[in-house]
Ligand binder design. Structure first.
Ligand code: TMP
Length: 216
């Protein structure tokens, strides 16, 4: 029988980092800045994203984000989870097992915030699914780039971004932000809130400061 679970027992590895936040919070810029900083210090770093990160994941990303696809919330949840199942097994676990630092633009907290708080799917269902899809795998630190929802969406309009999720109502995005903040309260050791309204440079300094303290 084929194993569906990847290598066990790598929980607690310090090299798995995630960036989380609502639309326009600047995650992808911060992933790049942190990666450049760490590479400069001689670390081996892999940057990746969800949904995506693999060939299959990128195809799923297209389906998920195409504005013309009207989608049932359960279909949405399962597609994000499907992309993650492949991503974890094909990319994340193998890299971590080789001692490579993995910095991902979104991970399981996104599903709790968007499909849980945003869409209203039972959080226990999402947590169970997250545990199946990514067993024993939690980021060592998750940087939550927090920004006023309207401010973030306006930034993205400037960048000409308009995917299916971004087209959701302001109420939806506010629920997502609230969800993230709740999660950060529940897991304050792992999820670190950073004020993302500041300049990319200032945000990056904060990210590095938090990481270096956590790695001590
Ligand atoms: P991105 O634009 O940050 O790359 O993310 C794509 C969108 O997918 C973004 O609106 C957040 C959403 N998303 C979820 O709704 N659930 C998830 O589990 C993930 C990973 C992303």
């Amino acid at each position: 029988m084929q194993r569906i679970n990847p290598q066990p027992a790598i929980q607690g590895l310090k090299g798995f980092l995630s960036f989380e936040g609502t639309e326009g919070s600047g995650k992808s810029t911060q992933v790049k800045l942190l990666s450049a900083y760490l590479k400069n210090k001689g670390y081996n770093v892999l940057t990746t994203e969800e949904p995506g990160g693999t060939k299959i994941g990128l195809k799923i990303r297209e389906i998920l984000l195409a504005p013309e696809n009207s989608m049932n919330p359960l279909t949405e949840l399962l597609l994000y989870s499907t992309s993650r199942a492949q991503h974890v097994r094909e990319v994340i676990y193998p890299a971590l097992m080789q001692g490579i630092i993995v910095a991902t633009d979104r991970f399981t907290d996104s599903t709790i915030a968007y499909q849980g708080y945003g869409r209203g799917i039972d959080l226990s269902v999402i947590k169970t699914l997250n545990d199946i899809v990514a067993p024993d795998l939690k980021p060592f630190i998750s940087f939550l780039l927090d920004i006023d929802v309207q401010e973030g969406l306006t930034r993205n309009i400037g960048a000409q971004k308009k995917d299916r999720l971004e087209l959701e109502t302001i109420e939806f995005h506010n629920r997502v932000r609230k969800g993230y903040l709740e999660l950060a309260k529940e897991e304050s050791g792992r999820i670190k809130i950073i004020d993302a309204s500041k300049s990319p440079d200032k945000v990056s300094k904060k990210v590095i400061e938090i990481l270096e303290t956590a790695w001590l």
